[in-house]
Design a protein around this ligand. Structure first.
Ligand code: ANZ
Ligand code: ZN
Length: 871
């Protein structure tokens, strides 16, 4: 009876909770807590356990606070692994996927995660992808989806398109080994670039995202400010426009360079051989090709400069053409040196402090700082900002240039020549062209089986599926045989959860506007760029189309984001061969000193990302059946701060197990005393009647209720929360024990005070250790002769109550940075932390320590004994 049996306890509470939802009604508005939905690969891994534990802790906490919590779960179920498994086993991908989902759902439930399963969705189900297709049509109607030619990786043996990951470093197909070719295919794109400016600007609204993520988003969007400059060509064929971020360097232009795909190269048949060579050239190379007999005319000086094809100019960025300024740009310098050997470099900018640099050729001077060289007519002596303004104004006056903004981000190519995805709802008709599938005909269902014989993309092989009547002219036509990138599915799933059963619409305006933005989004940092960017694009697009209000963040779907570090495992390798050792090859009877069984040697130990090939994985199922869900959850949280790498070390879980055991035995002994004394509620005795030990315990409890609340709603320091539970458990146990052993009145603690402290501890620990907390809570209630009601009652999260002074408050002089500043009343028995809290709550404390010293934190508080000074 003195230990709890796990995982039996988990099973017991899981079934009780499934029949009795927590009592109480939400009174504090909505809270949308979302974890990134998983790909149903078949089994949970520790990374999943980490994400869902955190989201469950926060969801349970917010319910206890009285919020109407949305905490949904679903499956990102389209994608290549199911398709490959289906081809290998000649099975139906939907069956494979369903089995995996069933298994993983069962595993998640064993973790005691409180998801709203009635909103479960799966992106591969027709009830879902019908709406993905509807959104595609919306994008098309709004001119946000278009079709154009783009190149793909083409395997000429398998006659199929490959994803980049399926092409090895030598450019060969992972399946056939064939050299992969680039092939132009007509494909669908979403116009992400249309919203590029907004996507960049609104990063400002995402103050609750990790700055590492907003920086990555910003770099990916790649906004740059500069100018377009037009150079006339001297063969009369028109002009060449370049993009530059440094119009101030225009006087230093010595050549122009274009990408091999530039119009002026493609339009000269005599260059075709050079163009082909240049297309495969290493972009880092300086090997250029001078276009014979062609010069560009400088728009300000009329000077003629040569024009090159250069590998470093990217065809897809800005104008695909640059003005070469060897004196002030590193790549231009290298290129000039290589291709115009001996020709001097013309410096037009001088650093402020060192005018000598303008005449020497000591390499390019690339900093945007200094002034225009005095030798430059008209602009000489200007600061660089003045030069930009003056030069752009002059260009504008001649119709030769203007300020402009460019973005690195490209439109989103969404066509995949794959089977297991949402079919693109378009029809190609010889007479009508591209015709959208009428909405009432959605979904365009996938054929049930993949046709394995034949070539081309899987849907194109299925004649029966492909051939269809044109919706407009009713003549024979063909379906689009591509499916959508699975990132499309995951760009809008968080809207669907808000209205998961809507058959007519992807979601209703009201439901989406009620729940989105998501208040807390938790997931892996590997999704820092694409998934989040595409979701932001969808959030904004859907707002503009009037599908939802856009919330208070201009259509941004995620208010706060937590990106988790990876889970690493202890990895053993043979010190001689470097071979990874299997668990059964290592003797771990002393976890601190592992030994290779075969040789008696010590293996090399490292911490690496968990993977099958390194035999360093931990199986969540194993862990839960050995230690129970609560210990597994607490251990995962305790091992590392949420943003850091988690070094999984199963042996350390004993610390958590001991804590749970101590807690349960303590509850049993409190229960015995409660019953003996006939105590029937948790109410604390009146403040005046409390002993010193009771006041200290009360203050400890308030302190930890406050810290846990902050951890759960603001800083997510969940590892510290777990160690705090341990500390509070020890404080309660110590006070209780001392009280029994001591004759000193001041050390006495009444049972009801212990009961109250224990109850608070259970409430604040319940989100982390749900089964243990509920079991203990039930025992405490029953000992009082009361029926069980759940510890997770909605709105039951304890408020922080004021600390109680131990002795009368006395005047203390507060010194700030060694200067006497003010006097305030403090209790000598308070801990330093408690004193700091109390000082910060006074008006003077606010004035001297918060307002004046913005952002400053108190480094230390010194309370000399006997003297009432605080520094
Ligand atoms: C002249 C110049 C002088 C430049 C100087 C820089 C320094 P962002 O937008 O920040 O990436 N550039 C323009 N188009 C290019 C292309 N298609 N491929 C490769 N390079 C290109 O940088 C824009 C700068 O990169 C432009 O400014 C241009 O070089 C080059 F002292 O123009 B600059
Ligand atoms: Zn037609």
């Amino acid at each position: 009876f003195s230990t709890l049996d796990y995982p039996e306890l988990d099973d017991k509470w899981r079934s009780v909770w499934s029949e009795n939802t927590a009592p109480g009604t939400p009174s504090r508005g909505k809270f949308y807590c979302l974890s990134m939905f998983p790909y149903p690969s078949g089994n949970l891994h520790m990374g999943h356990v980490r994400v869902y534990t955190i989201s469950d802790v926060i969801a349970r906490f917010r319910r206890m606070q009285g919020y109407d919590v949305l905490h949904p779960m679903g499956w990102d179920a389209f994608g290549l692994p199911a398709e490959n498994a289906a081809i290998e086993r000649n099975a139906d991908p939907s069956i494979w996927t369903k089995q995996n989902i069933a298994n993983m759902k069962n595993q998640i439930q064993k973790m005691l995660v409180s998801f709203d399963w009635d909103r479960e969705l799966s992106t591969c189900s027709p009830d879902y992808y019908k709406h993905t297709q509807k959104l595609f049509l919306d994008l098309y109607k709004a001119n946000y989806a278009y079709r154009t030619e783009a190149s793909v990786n083409w395997d000429p043996i398998d006659q199929t398109v490959l994803a980049n990951e399926q092409v090895d470093s030598e450019g060969r197909s992972w399946r056939s080994g064939a050299l992969v070719e680039q092939k132009l295919l007509s494909q669908w794109f979403f116009k992400v670039t249309e919203l590029a400016d907004e996507l960049e600007k609104d990063l400002e609204l995402l103050g609750e995202w990790p700055s590492a993520v907003t920086t990555q988003q910003s770099n990916w969007i790649g906004r740059s400010h500069g100018a377009e400059v037009e150079f006339e060509l001297d063969d009369g064929s028109g002009s060449l426009t370049v993009y530059t971020t440094r119009p101030d360097t225009l006087p230093g232009v010595q050549f122009l360079a274009v990408a091999s795909t530039h119009r002026i190269c493609i339009s000269r048949p005599e260059l075709s051989e050079q163009v082909s060579k240049m297309m495969v050239a290493n972009p880092g190379s300086n090997e250029g090709f001078r276009i014979p007999d062609l010069h560009a005319i400088h728009p300000l000086t009329g000077e003629k400069v040569p024009v090159f094809m250069a590998p470093y100019v990217l065809g897809g960025y800005a104008q695909g053409a640059v003005m070469g300024v060897p004196a002030h740009d590193t790549r231009d310098y290298g290129f000039w040196k290589r291709n115009m050997r001996g020709k001097p470099v013309r410096h037009v900018i001088v650093p402020l402090e060192d005018a000598a640099q303008s005449t020497t050729d000591g390499g390019p001077y690339t900093a945007k700082a200094g002034s225009v060289a005095s030798s430059v007519p008209k602009y000489g002596g200007m600061t660089l900002d003045e030069a930009v303004t003056a030069i752009v104004a002059d260009l504008e006056g001649r119709g030769k240039g203007r300020l402009t903004t460019n973005f690195k981000i490209r439109d989103w190519l969404v066509s995949r020549q794959r089977y297991w995805g949402a079919p693109i709802p378009m029809i190609h008709c010889d007479s009508c062209g591209v015709v959208p599938v009428p909405e009432e005909n959605l979904p365009v269902l996938l054929p049930e089986k993949i046709k394995s014989e034949g070539s081309g993309s899987p849907l194109a092989r299925d004649e029966e599926w492909v051939n269809v009547a044109c919706p407009k002219c009713k003549q024979p036509a063909k379906r689009d045989t591509d499916t959508m990138d699975t990132f499309v599915d995951s760009s809008w799933y968080y809207f669907r959860y808000a209205d998961a059963k809507n058959e007519k619409l992807p979601f209703s305006y009201d439901a989406a506007s009620t729940f989105v933005p998501v208040d807390l989004y938790i997931g892996g940092s590997e999704h820092a760029i694409l998934h989040l960017l595409y979701s932001r694009f969808f959030g904004k697009f859907l707002m503009k189309q009037g599908h939802w209000s856009g919330g208070d963040l201009n259509g941004e779907p995620f208010r706060k984001l937590i990106t988790l570090g990876m889970v690493h495992g202890r990895t053993f390798t043979d010190p001689h061969t470097g071979r990874f050792l299997k668990p059964e090859e290592v003797d771990l009877s002393d976890p601190a000193k592992p030994v290779i069984k075969a040789t008696g040697e010590t293996p090399r130990i490292s911490s690496e990302k968990m993977s099958k090939s390194k035999y360093n994985g931990a199986d969540p199922d194993d862990c839960i059946s050995k230690y129970g869900a609560d210990a597994t959850r607490a251990h995962v949280l305790f091992q590392a701060p949420v943003n850091d790498t988690l070094e999984w070390d199963e042996h350390k879980i004993v610390g958590i197990q001991r804590w749970l055991g101590r807690l349960w035995r303590h509850v049993l002994s409190v229960c015995a005393d409660v019953e003996k004394e006939g105590i029937t509620d948790f109410t604390m005795p009146a403040a005046e009647s409390r002993t010193e030990a009771e006041i200290k315990l009360w203050n400890d409890v308030q302190d930890l209720v406050g810290k846990t609340t902050t951890a759960f709603e603001a800083d997510y320091s969940l590892n510290t929360s777990v160690s705090n539970y341990n500390k509070l458990t020890n404080s309660i146990l110590d006070a209780y024990k001392k009280s029994r052993d001591s004759k000193n009145e001041a050390e006495k603690v009444r049972t009801v005070v212990v009961l109250n402290a224990t109850a608070r501890l259970l409430q604040i620990a319940a989100p982390v250790i749900p089964a243990t907390a509920e079991e203990c809570w039930k025992a405490l209630l029953e000992a009082q002769g009361r029926p069980w009601t759940s510890v997770f009652e909605i709105g039951s999260w304890p408020e922080v109550e004021p600390m109680q002074a131990l002795s009368p408050l006395t005047d203390h002089v507060v010194f700030v940075n060694a200067k006497k500043r003010f006097v305030t009343k403090l209790d000598e028995n308070w801990s330093q932390e408690q004193m700091v809290d109390a000082i910060l709550q006074t008006k003077d404390g606010q004035k001297w320590l918060v307002e004046d010293a913005a952002g400053k934190t108190i480094q230390r508080v010194i309370v000399p004994k006997g003297r009432k000074n605080v520094s």
